[in-house]
Design a protein around this ligand. Structure first.
Ligand SMILES: Nc1ncnc2c1ncn2[C@@H]1O[C@H](COP(=O)(O)OP(=O)(O)OP(=O)(O)O)[C@@H](O)[C@H]1O
Ligand SMILES: [Mg+2]
Length: 263
């Protein structure tokens, strides 16, 4: 269970990115985080693993207060949080396999990882994961030879090989075409279900969020404006989160894509 208590982030510039946020995400729940640009979605995700240091408030993962940890203890706890980014963040000159195994760096000792000698059990697990996402045949390819969708699959494997309790996902489909976006979103949600993993997925495509998750949180100006099931995202609610727009069209689009996805 992830719990945020009165989380505040004010950047040095004076930008109040998060205003006393309260949130609980139980084990195994996948949450989509939506909201306009600048709403604080990335800040929220980054405050959880303290890539961004919260100004005040508390973050708990199970019984551990992450906000109170020393650097060394935080390093250990970060193993329990897999992170998937929009920009993939792969090491270009390394192979697919090496990129996946780099997810084990938090576990393997420095010298062993420096020499890239990973235990066979890690290599086996990396193969299993690559197979699961349909990339087993590409294990030896260099990361810079992959398509965007393939790169994101590698990023997913790298996060999962950490064996995390929580996935933090920041715009996983922002650089992908619509069909690949759907495939990646479906893959992430399926894997969470298979593994009983909780996840927060920051996604700007409302229709895509509605298709795959049971709970949506709408953020605006650093505060939660909506927290509920995707069916509750009426045009009125979307207007509160995003401001004026023709939301009927977006909702129709979600319905159409659902039909398409089911086919
Ligand atoms: N490093 C920073 N220094 C100062 N202000 C920042 C920093 N990062 C973000 N902000 C500000 O904090 C607010 C929230 O930004 P954040 O990146 O979390 O939004 P977001 O919801 O992820 O937006 P987007 O959809 O565009 O990615 C914005 O007003 C932004 O300008
Ligand atoms: Mg962002």
């Amino acid at each position: 269970m992830l719990r945020l208590e009165n989380l505040v982030k004010t950047y040095k510039t004076g930008d109040q990115a998060l205003k006393s946020l309260k949130l609980e995400v139980p084990e195994g729940q996948v949450v989509a985080l939506i909201g306009p640009s600048g709403a604080g979605k990335s800040t929220l995700i980054r405050c959880i693993n303290r890539l961004v240091e919260p100004t005040s408030g508390k973050v708990y993962l199970d019984d551990v207060e992450l906000t109170g940890l020393s650097a060394a203890a935080l390093r250990r706890e970060r193993r329990r949080m897999g992170m998937i980014f929009q920009e993939y963040a792969l090491v270009e000159r390394l192979t697919v396999m090496e990129n996946v195994l780099s997810g084990r760096l938090g576990y393997v000792g420095f010298w062993r990882s420096f020499l890239r000698r990973f235990p066979q059990t890690d290599v086996d697990e990396a193969f299993r994961l690559l197979d699961r996402v349909g990339l087993a045949h590409m294990a030896d390819k260099r990361a810079d030879e992959l398509s965007g969708g393939q790169r994101q699959r590698v990023g997913i494997c790298r996060a999962l090989i950490q064996n995390p309790a929580l996935l933090l996902v920041d715009e996983p489909t922002a650089s992908l075409d619509p069909k690949t976006s759907r495939q990646i979103m479906r893959l992430i949600c399926e894997l969470c279900k298979e593994r009983g993993l909780a996840a927060i997925i920051n996604i700007h495509d409302v229709a895509l969020a509605q298709m795959f998750v049971q709970r949506v949180i709408g953020l605006r100006f650093g505060a939660i404006e909506f927290d509920g099931s995707p069916e509750g995202l009426s045009p009125d609610v979307l207007t509160t989160i995003y401001g004026e727009e023709d939301w009927e069209a977006t909702i129709e689009e979600a319905d159409e894509e659902e039909v398409e996805a089911a086919e």
